[in-house]
Ligand binder design. Sequence first.
Ligand code: FES
Length: 155
Amino acid sequence: MQQRIPQASAILAASSGAQDQLLPVLHAIQDAIGYIPPGQVDEIASTFNLSRAEVHGVITFYHYFRTEAPARQVVQICRAEACQSMGGDALLAHAESALGCKLHAHSTDGEFALEPVYCLGQCATAPSMMINEALHARVTPARFDALLAKVKEAA
Ligand code: FES
């Protein structure tokens, strides 16, 4: 059974339950804990006198809402043309192998999210990527491993 998060329950309890407050409450929950827990859908539905399907429909309609906890660290690989022509595909394949996940997914340890990004303004020094807010250029697979090791060490 999926669990409820007490912080999200507290936000729901403080809500008026008026249906025009559904979106603000969903935003408040995601702002507070980083996502909308699937185990909370029943509670959201009963708070707003909606069906589970209606709440699920709203959560999935807006891509902004996440339904799983965000990873603590984000690796973004540039998928735009200049980077692809300079080894971006090989870099992505290496990143997927090193993290044990595909794009739009989390690493096997849940620590990293692997995301695409479309041009980081570093086309002349492709392939480029970011780890969290740090930009890296001319990233080879070996350099990727070194950067990842450094980030893991600092965590
Ligand atoms: S295409 Fe990758 S940085 Fe511009």
